[in-house]
Design a binder for this molecule. Structure first.
Ligand code: HEM
Length: 214
């Protein structure tokens, strides 16, 4: 027990927990994307998917509880990591900005994280607790407004950048594929861009296609 506690409070333990919670959040994103893709088959398919979810309240509630717990853990650990990195940073760094393998994704993690957090709050205020029969019309109505669609595109770009580093970092923290870091970096970037584009397709179609989700 003492050993377990020590592991969680150690830097390696925290990194592992960050990776595991991030992996679960990524798993949620994958499921959400899969569910959302019902929209490409029309309003009927999207409503059936939403009704299917609502017909399993206990399972959904359990999943939401685990999701929220991992989400909170992920944020707390991110804040701790941010302050630890800040303390460890030399006062004036004359080194090259992307020395040490730093990328756009890694450098912007705290900022993209905040953008995603704000997006989720906004997103749940828009679509949380809506009846399945109303979901397709509401998504269409809200996401066909240029300002809301633009907000979604910006947030999804931040999500893509965040996941591109997070997914790569997951393998590093778990010590998997350390000899193939370049390949992992490229595949993480590719997967996150594909996910970001697929998510963006819904507001894009709401904005441009008069028949989408009708
Ligand atoms: C642009 C594409 C997206 C669309 C059209 C969309 C649509 C929806 C809808 C309709 C719901 C309500 C589902 C229901 O109650 O039946 C929902 C829930 C949710 N969405 Fe999204 N979503 C999108 C992207 C995202 C992204 C990128 C995230 C995370 C960063 C996200 C996070 C969530 C969360 C956390 C919930 C609540 C899940 C639950 O209560 O179990 N969504 N979304």
């Amino acid at each position: 027990m003492v050993k377990q506690e020590a592991f969680i409070y150690s830097s390696i333990g925290r990194k592992a927990l960050m990776a595991i919670s991030g992996a679960f959040l990524g798993f949620f994103l994958f499921l959400h994307l899969l569910g959302n893709s019902a929209a490409f088959w029309g309003a009927g398919a999207f409503t059936t998917y939403a009704a299917g979810l609502h017909s399993l309240p206990v399972l959904v509630l359990l999943f939401e509880a685990v999701l929220l717990s991992f989400f909170i853990i992920h944020i707390i650990l991110a804040v701790i990591l941010y302050y630890e990195n800040l303390k460890a940073r030399p006062r004036r760094c004359l080194c090259r900005k992307n020395a040490g393998g730093r990328t756009w994704g890694s450098r912007t993690m705290p900022y993209t994280g905040i953008i995603i957090l704000l997006f989720i709050i906004f997103h749940l205020l828009m679509f949380g607790g809506v009846k399945p029969v109303e979901i397709a019309a509401l998504v269409r109505h809200d996401l066909s407004r240029p300002i809301t669609a633009l907000y979604y595109f910006i947030s999804l770009a931040a999500l893509t950048l965040h996941v591109s580093h997070g997914f790569w970092s997951l393998w590093q923290s778990l010590g998997i594929g350390l000899r193939h870091t370049d390949l992992l970096r490229k595949s993480s970037l590719t997967i996150s861009i594909i996910g970001g584009l697929l998510f963006s397709l819904i507001p894009l179609l709401c904005l441009l296609s008069p028949d989408f989700l009708r």
